[in-house]
Write a protein that binds this ligand. Sequence first.
Ligand code: PEP
Ligand code: MN
Length: 446
Amino acid sequence: MIVVMRTGANPAEIDEVRRTIEQAGLEAFLSEGQERTVIGVVGSDVDRVAHVASYPGVEQVIRVTKAYKLASLEHHPDRTRVRIGDALIGSGGDVVVIAGPCAVESREQILATARWVKREGATVLRGGSFKPRTSPYAFQGLGEAALELLAEARAETGLPVVSEVVDPGDVPLFEQYVDMLQVGSRNMANFALLRAVGQSRKPVLLKRGFGATIEEWLMAAEYVLSSGNSNVVLCERGIRTFETATRNTLDVTAVPVLRERTHLPVMIDPSHGTGHRPLVRPMALAGAAAGADGIIIEVHPDPPRARSDSEQSLSFPEFGDLMDDLRRLEFLRGSSVAAEVPASVPDGIDELRSQIDDVDDRLAALIQERARLAMQVQRARGPKTHGHDVARERELVARATSGEAGALTSDELTQVFGAIVRASRSAQRRQAASEAVPAEPEAAAP
Ligand code: PEP
Ligand code: MN
């Protein structure tokens, strides 16, 4: 810590600061400049003398080391990994996916969701039980009955469960049912709650307060850690900014910033972070690409009828799409999201897969053939006319989707043909560009 004296501070004022530091068992190093004196404070727990900031003649007190110690990477260079059931958050490998409804609403709802998210590769189930709602008239959660249903879903699927605790007095109740305690955004600075979960042996998912800086968030983690619980996972869930297009502004930057400052694992919550279903998938991928250790996603069997956060909850197929994309991203990163792989392949599957491989080979050849013909058309037209024949494209899609109903819906077929046409078009554009390159200019006469 450094104490900066005002210009013109008198020797008695400087001496008073020095004495206070030394009486606290710390060392004071004076550096007298031409204009002012600066005092370096060395020793353990220098914060004990931070009050000299209000002494006469003192201009400011500057902290050199971080206010948080247990949470800082500086004091704990080994990264913390938090185990919850089979999921290991912070391993540096697979992105851990926690999924489930905003709130547990019924046995059918939570069981169906648990089965689906497990099938798609989630390894932890979420579900609100005591909901901290902005309005006292909104659905407040099923309370203990929700915790019982979560425990039932865990017994059936084997997925560990996480739920938000809002009252310090409820921690022992939660400990009977859940595998991880969530502290929500609205409670990040509820210090009694932080101490209470800090005394628990269950891991803690600590959401960022929507008005909290990263430093304040780390200080909240420090409360939990200093109360004796070292299993803390931080979760970025969006902060409040001037932007109104989204429910919150998801601060993806927090992921790499935290990486530099703390050894604790970091997750991203794109559901609360955006508040809108179509934005959840891209921001989940952004979080994973930024290096988050996990993502937490709200999923509901019938999102429009969800009793809370219906606009941001994904349907089952939407969650499946997200998991597919995440797996592709993981593949690119060099690891893979744990999907349920059956131990033995049922009879007949190998034969079907080899038929699919044949179809894929033929498809690839056909798509290349189509692009080759499109390039011939382009060559015949010449580089000046390369345009998009929207009418022909529309006819193609109409022909493709007018046949007998098959396994794909007409929307899905439209997407496939859209992609093929786009690829052909970029081949044509490349061809037109190569023909349009002007010949090397002849060397100009001097
Ligand atoms: C939740 O996860 O259901 C929740 C209420 O989140 P937050 O505390 O981030 O708003
Ligand atoms: Mn919610």
